[in-house]
Design a protein around this ligand. Structure first.
Ligand code: NAP
Length: 271
């Protein structure tokens, strides 16, 4: 096993973002990253991007210390069966797979150090929010290594495993929720006079600024809103109209719908 190598098994949307982030953050070079996928078209595409990529999961695991599992939940057992003969307690398994518990990982791969990782696709530009949970076979040194890996690609939060479902909805689905809001704002901008390129730029930088204000000051969003809403002004009128149309309620209900669906899927797969 090469202790400096990391493999990503299943290099789809998230796996590709992770591979790009590991390079962009300067933590890995392409010769220390081994990617696998079972789709020929993806393998070709990743090779064109300069990565080492094959369909050889066993070989990739044998040559790596960190093993990232990044397939769809229903593909986990097949992948685990494929690699279980070569996984040892010297490997560190990082699973991004939604809803697959440490219990299931242990049943399929044995008593090995494992982490459940819930990042989002902003990994590729090193701006992910990544929630991390550690299993009972990991130790503090490994945990710190994993935190450092993802701290270099955004922000991290260590959480207990039972919060992983909530982390999936707020952090991973959340990027899609935020992007849909951005699209709506951008479309509104077009209706009042900007072309789509200009409207998208103003929208994106404004939302980035809003997020940075909260991250850097730690202020409550409502405190920052108070600074923008002049009495009888135009902002409060627009904001209140959005609330009359159910903005906050729609967002909260959307999150709960995703969360409930995830819980139902997990309960069904546990049967
Ligand atoms: N996308 C996100 O933003 C995000 C965020 C957090 C967590 N996650 C979780 O991360 C996991 C991956 O998500 P994703 O969006 O990247 O899914 P994806 O785009 O479907 O990527 C998974 C890739 O793995 C391939 N694959 C399947 N079985 C394989 C095997 N045995 N060996 C090698 N490759 C295999 C798939 O090929 P086929 O397509 O041919 O099956 C696919 O190319 C999921 O469990 C998801 O819930 C995703």
């Amino acid at each position: 096993m090469n202790t400096h190598r990391l493999c990503i098994l299943g290099t789809g949307n998230l796996g590709t973002s992770l591979a790009k982030g590991l390079i962009a953050s300067g933590q890995f070079s392409t010769d220390r990253l081994l990617l696998t996928d079972k789709r020929e078209s993806r393998i070709t595409q990743l090779k064109k991007m300069g990565f080492q990529c094959s369909d050889q999961n066993l070989q990739a695991v044998k040559e790596s210390k960190y093993v990232v599992l990044s397939v769809k939940p229903q593909q986990f057992l097949t992948l685990a069966a494929d690699i279980s003969s070569v996984i040892t307690e010297n490997h560190v398994v990082l699973s991004t797979i939604t809803g697959i518990s440490f219990h299931e990982i242990e049943n399929a791969l044995g008593k090995i150090p494992a982490f459940r990782i819930m990042p989002n696709t902003a990994l590729e530009i090193c701006e992910s929010m990544t929630c991390i949970a550690a299993n009972r076979f990991s130790n503090l040194q490994l945990e710190n290594e994993v935190i450092r890996l993802f701290d270099n690609m955004g922000k991290t939060l260590v959480i207990p495993e039972d919060m992983m479902g909530a982390a999936t909805v707020v952090g991973a689905c959340g990027i899609a929720f935020a992007l849909r809001f951005m699209r709506a704002m951008s479309q509104g901008g077009i209706e009042i006079g900007f072309n789509s390129e200009m409207s998208q730029l103003i929208t994106a930088q404004t939302i980035k600024g809003a997020a940075s204000l909260i991250i850097e000051t730690n202020n409550h969003p409502e405190g920052e809103i108070d600074k923008v809403t002049t009495p009888q002004g135009i902002t409060i009128s627009g904001l209140n109209e959005m609330e009359h149309q159910g903005l906050s309620s729609a967002v909260i209900r959307g999150l709960l719908t995703s969360f409930n669906k995830l819980e139902n899927l997990m309960a069904r797969s546990a049967k």
